[in-house]
Design a protein around this ligand. Structure first.
Ligand SMILES: [Zn+2]
Length: 170
């Protein structure tokens, strides 16, 4: 959803997480978004736009480790700032604190879908796998990683080790 930056109010205004937000989350998280919760507010100071709040998504997708269907809860607090893109000129990045993530908008409009995509890019672990606390294996699905690990335990690497294993067990 494109917003005309000039029309963004200076005092914080809540922004509904509508269809645009679900589409952006599905795109960023590469899965089926079951729910999207939280709230964001937008405010403007001169040409800078601040997006603050907290957004979580529950998404069904394939595990990066074993490929099983997993349910992930992704997201967190949001504290983003956007300034006009100014190619060739000085960036206003220095104006903001070191911890704040600063993005750019072009032609006087801010694409809120991009803002949410950036939020999820910042809050998604590099490897979204079933061994993370925020991830659980979907009902009916089995964690393939656990099965594979078991198989390799049972399968002796070398017949000589099998003999040793037998000794240990007795
Ligand atoms: Zn997995």
């Amino acid at each position: 959803m494109k917003l005309n930056v000039e029309r963004i109010e200076e005092d914080p205004r809540p922004q509904e997480l509508g269809g645009w937000a679900h589409a952006a989350a599905a795109d960023a998280l590469d899965g089926a978004v079951q729910s999207l919760e939280g709230e964001i507010t937008l405010r403007r100071a001169d040409e800078s736009v601040f997006v603050e709040g907290e957004v979580h998504a529950i998404v069904h997708r394939a595990c990066d480790r074993c490929g099983s269907q997993v349910i992930c809860t992704i997201g967190g607090e949001m504290d983003l700032a956007y300034v006009p893109a100014n190619p060739g000129g000085e960036t206003s990045r220095e104006v903001f604190g070191g911890d704040m993530d600063v993005g750019f908008y072009a032609e006087g409009s801010l694409e809120l879908g991009d803002v949410l995509r950036e939020h999820f890019a910042l809050t998604t672990p590099d490897r979204l796998a079933c061994d993370l606390a925020a991830v659980s294996v979907a009902p009916g699905a089995k964690c393939q990683a656990t099965l594979l690990a078991k198989e390799s335990e049972e399968k002796p690497v070398d017949p000589r080790f099998a003999a040793l294993k037998g000794l240990k067990l007795d």
